[in-house]
Design a protein around this ligand. Sequence first.
Ligand code: S3P
Length: 175
Amino acid sequence: MQQNIILIGFMGTGKSTIGRHLSQTFGYSLIDTDQMIVDQQGRSISQIFADDGEEGFRRIEAELLQSLSNQSGQIISTGGGIIGSSENRALLRKLGYVVWLQASPSEILERTSRNSNRPLLDNDDPEGTIRRLLDLRVPLYRETAHLCIETDQLNFDEVTTGIIESARYFFAAQQ
Ligand code: S3P
């Protein structure tokens, strides 16, 4: 298994922000899969969905994940739907210590309503969409993660500290 920390979880659970904190504190460099896709494609996530549909986006996302498979010493923050395929789930666990950031539907709604760059929630019923997608995805996040952190009542420092301590134990036990 590679020595990376991988953040998974629904949109709006703080993966990018926690990823930045972790990278500064742990001294690992930061990879954000959505940002890499935007940089490589020269298109926003919304534009990719508009041009190629969700299916096209998932193909690009899966290829990117495969290209990371020999990396080590990275914090890898992922898009919320990356756990959809069993190939991706297996790859994520090979990449290292997988941390699932969890938040309640109301917290997710509040955090995601602050910007409009999430095509899957750009409809008349974002709350219903969040609940429906969570029902489908929670078992997949659970099956993929080594650690789950419930973030509603914690600040970013508390989440970061919890991840760092448990990741140290995890990596030490692997040696
Ligand atoms: C998606 C989450 C987004 C992005 C895309 C699809 C999803 O990433 O990959 O809009 O299916 O949940 P974030 O979780 O970083 O918002």
